[in-house]
Design a protein around this ligand. Structure first.
Ligand SMILES: C[S@@+](CC[C@H](N)C(=O)[O-])C[C@H]1O[C@@H](n2cnc3c(N)ncnc32)[C@H](O)[C@@H]1O
Length: 248
């Protein structure tokens, strides 16, 4: 994709998420039968040692309405440095801030600072973060390599990255899931949110997302080491993890 194409693809994604923001949480929980909650919690637990350090700098990028951020906050000690929770769709971010912002939390409880920002151009200093997590957002980026490089720029050497994403399982489970994902899910999505586009977009974007072997290669060639993929729930989703290389 060229830069102009990337800019218009990003604009279309932002508009789509702003338009479904009021119904996003409801749709998510109905369509995933609440399994998404388990995935967010499992992802957060994977980074428990970093989250337990009150001084660790943590970014949840593509935070949307904030459920991944909330799972991360559960593992932060009282008085910890706030998490940064960033998204470029204001409609999504504002709903997230109502859950994780300082005003919505009890005094002394860990909280997150909402930041309206594009994942490909983060307004953050180089080598400033210990951990970046992103849940179901990375697939939407207009340029995956540019995203990985931008995350590598802001991570400290040895800092960790976690990308939770959908995947397309193989075998019989894959076949059954494909029927649900490509036929049932867009229909339910349309009924609840009254729009055609967004829930047709979901299976299409998952279908064109690189498979795990390719994603791991992309990670290794864009500034990371020890890249790994852990499938969740028969490989319907999975967590990519990696460390920012000591030398980039
Ligand atoms: C499917 S939602 C996931 C939200 C949340 N992380 C969750 O697990 O429910 C994807 C989010 O990524 C955001 N997003 C997509 N591309 C982005 C970009 N380039 N920069 C910042 N946010 C982006 C969208 O606005 C949307 O809120």
């Amino acid at each position: 994709m060229g830069t102009a194409d990337e800019a218009s693809a990003a604009q279309a994604v932002r508009q789509m998420f702003n338009s479904i923001a009021p119904r996003y949480d409801l749709l998510n929980h109905v369509l995933s039968a609440n399994v998404d909650r388990l995935w967010w919690r499992r992802t957060a637990r994977r980074f428990r040692p970093i989250l337990a350090d009150p001084d660790a700098s943590v970014l949840d990028i593509c935070c949307g309405t904030g459920d991944m951020t909330m799972a991360l906050l559960k593992l932060r000690p009282g008085g910890a440095r706030p998490i940064l929770a960033a998204d470029f769709a204001r409609g999504m971010l504002c709903r997230g801030a109502l859950k994780f912002g300082a005003e919505s939390r009890r005094a002394g409880d860990p909280y997150a600072i909402p930041l309206e920002a594009d994942a490909l151009h983060l307004p953050l200093k180089s080598a400033s973060l210990d951990l970046i997590v992103t849940a179901f957002g990375f697939r939407n980026l207009a340029n995956y390599e540019a995203g990985l490089r931008e995350f590598a720029r802001v991570l400290k050497p040895g800092g960790q990255l976690g990308i939770l994403e959908f995947s397309e399982p193989g075998g019989l489970v894959g076949k059954a899931y494909a029927v649900y994902f490509r036929r049932v899910l867009p229909t339910i999505g349309r009924l609840i949110c009254g729009k055609n586009g967004p829930y047709n977009y979901l299976p299409t974007s998952v279908g064109s997302f690189p498979p795990p072997t390719e994603m791991l290669q992309l990670m290794h060639s864009n500034g990371y080491e020890q890249a790994a993929w852990e499938p969740y729930t028969f490989g319907i989703a999975g967590l990519y993890t990696a460390k920012r290389s000591l030398v980039v």
